[in-house]
Design a protein around this ligand. Structure first.
Ligand SMILES: [Zn+2]
Length: 107
């Protein structure tokens, strides 16, 4: 049953009068955006907006690549092929690079 516009929550049956709490703000200092999700960090749980959520995971990925000694994209792709075979389904890189065969390079 669709809710009529301008209907007060008190006038509705309890099942239709659910009021959701406001979303919390991002936990980063100076960021006042609505949080996207809650993420467990080294220091506890943090509500993160989309920008800080991506930054959090990019920092983790950079740290992991540094720990594994992976610097170039080719090294990262090779590591993924060895350790995560499912990645090949998403690998759209060409099978050969320009100049790998006798075909002349485009000018
Ligand atoms: Zn934020």
């Amino acid at each position: 049953m669709a809710r009529k516009p301008n209907t007060r929550a008190e006038d509705l049956p309890k099942s239709q009068a659910t009021i959701y709490p406001e979303k919390p703000l991002c936990s980063h200092d100076g960021c006042f955006l609505e949080s996207l999700c809650k993420v467990k960090t080294l220091y506890g749980w943090a509500n993160l907006c989309e920008k800080h959520y991506q930054a959090h995971h990019q920092a983790q990925a950079d740290e992991t690549c540094k720990r594994l000694g992976l610097e170039t994209i080719a090294q990262k792709r090779a590591w993924l092929k060895n350790h995560w075979p499912q990645m090949q389904a998403f690998d759209t890189a060409p099978a050969r690079e320009p100049g790998d065969d006798d075909e002349p390079l485009p000018r």
